[in-house]
Ligand binder design. Structure first.
Ligand code: PMP
Length: 416
């Protein structure tokens, strides 16, 4: 299931070998070879993931946990085996700490509702940052409305980095939870999560990290990070859609009430009451996305085969190249210039609406995203309604970045 080991050449990847694993990349769009630069929205799947899902449906599918027949046992083994792979991948201490969800959004909602409704009250504060995706804002707003708690927002500077001094000041006696993104999807900023966790821990405040944009691009070790919750999505890390993960520290999950009720999350039900299942199944009501979990397990194998440090190195050099060639486009302004960014370049072209940019470069076969990137407060900070965003994965090439720069020159000519 892992990538061809020959694809790994010391710290460098053999890009052509890696690209051969991704069938979708080998097609023409509008008469040009596809250049897929929208990986922050959703990445593509290698054949190993597609094959694992197909094999599961062709050979092993049945419902999990409740069956004594062979297929049900095979499906359960594949499903729980994938959980163990994810646990190893992020170095969680136990499979009990890996809860399957539909994605990052559902994982954060789970914590906001289960933990939040139990622990938040009138006047309590949830501390987030200006850099959050809506998925790490709205669930907290909802639970604040339900409980009388208040959302407090750490400001950021004009490079797109959070103001740590302000964070420390805002982390007060009423702060009950700190929730922030590990990496910003809109700007690529890698947040100083170790400092944040250390400050929060010093005051006994739990920390949730939104890892949707970190897990696909760098090695993540939840024990080393010392966070209490870590949320991420399968589809951004080369796995299926509709599957994601909530890592929760066992001691936290153990005392949290179930979020949704139904089958699989119970040990015994009577009309007098219900005994809930053990971790992690207490949080997994109903038939889960079994094929999604199996596919995510295959994605983890694939990433392990390449090596997260090789991926991080490759993307850092891609980002450096892409930044250089895009900066040469007259009138282009990069939004988000923090040092040590992930491979995301948000930009605007003077006088041209980002949607026009996106549409025109699509004619050249180049897929980028335009809009507010589910981070409207960030757009507001920079005084723009939207940006164009190129986001890279390890299978992208310097040549694709060059093609984008050339297409942007054409866009400028069209609007001259
Ligand atoms: N957080 C961040 C930082 C994201 O980039 C995204 C997806 N754009 C999400 C949360 C939400 O992820 P999902 O839609 O997979 O639940």
């Amino acid at each position: 299931m892992s990538a061809n080991p020959e694809a790994v050449l010391n710290a460098e990847l053999d890009i052509e070998t890696v690209r051969a694993d991704f069938p979708i990349l080998h097609q023409e769009v509008n008469g040009r070879t596809l250049a897929y630069l929208d990986n922050a929205a959703s990445a593509q799947r290698p054949r190993q993931v597609i094959d694992a899902v197909s094999h599961y449906y062709s050979s092993d599918h049945a419902n999990v946990h409740r069956g004594v027949h062979t297929l049900s046992q095979r499906a359960t083994d594949a499903f729980e085996g994938a959980r163990a792979k994810v646990r190893r991948f992020i170095n969680a201490g136990s499979d009990k700490e890996i809860v399957w969800t539909r994605g990052t959004t559902e994982a954060i909602n789970l914590v906001a509702q289960s933990w939040g409704r139990t622990h938040l009250g009138e006047g309590d504060e949830v501390l987030i940052t200006w850099l959050e995706h809506h998925a790490n804002i709205v669930p907290w707003q909802i639970v604040c409305e339900q409980t009388g708690a208040r959302l407090v927002v750490t400001p950021m500077d004009d490079t797109g980095q959070i103001r740590l001094d302000e964070f420390e000041r805002l982390l007060g006696p009423k702060t009950r939870m700190v929730a922030l993104g590990h990496v910003s999807n809109a700007l690529g900023t890698v947040n100083p999560v170790r400092d944040v966790v250390a400050m929060a821990k010093a005051r006994d405040v739990p920390v949730l990290l939104d890892g949707a944009q970190a897990v696909p691009h760098m090695a993540v070790d939840v024990q080393d990070l010392d966070c209490d919750f870590y949320a991420f999505s399968g589809h951004k890390m080369f796995g299926p859609t509709g599957i994601g993960v909530l890592y929760g520290r066992e001691s936290m999950l153990a005392e949290m009430p179930p979020w949704q009720g139904g089958g699989d999350m119970i040990l015994a039900v009577s009309f007098d009451g219900t005994v809930y299942n053990e971790l992690p199944w207490k949080f997994e009501a109903g038939t889960p996305n079994i094929a999604g979990a199996v596919g995510l397990g295959a994605a983890v194998d694939y990433l392990d085969g390449i090596g997260m440090s090789n991926i991080a190195n490759r993307e850092a050099s891609l980002l450096a190249h892409a930044t250089r060639v895009l900066e040469e486009v007259p009138g282009l302004r990069i939004i988000g210039t923090a040092p040590g960014k992930a491979a995301v370049i948000s930009f605007i072209l003077e006088g041209i609406h980002p949607h026009d940019i996106g549409t025109i470069v699509d004619h050249e076969g180049i897929a980028i995203r335009t809009g507010h990137h589910c981070a409207m407060p960030i757009m507001e900070h920079f005084g723009v309604p939207a940006t164009a965003r190129a986001s890279f994965a390890f299978y992208n090439t310097e040549e694709e970045a060059d093609r984008l720069a050339q297409a942007l020159l054409k866009v400028r000519e069209m609007f001259a």
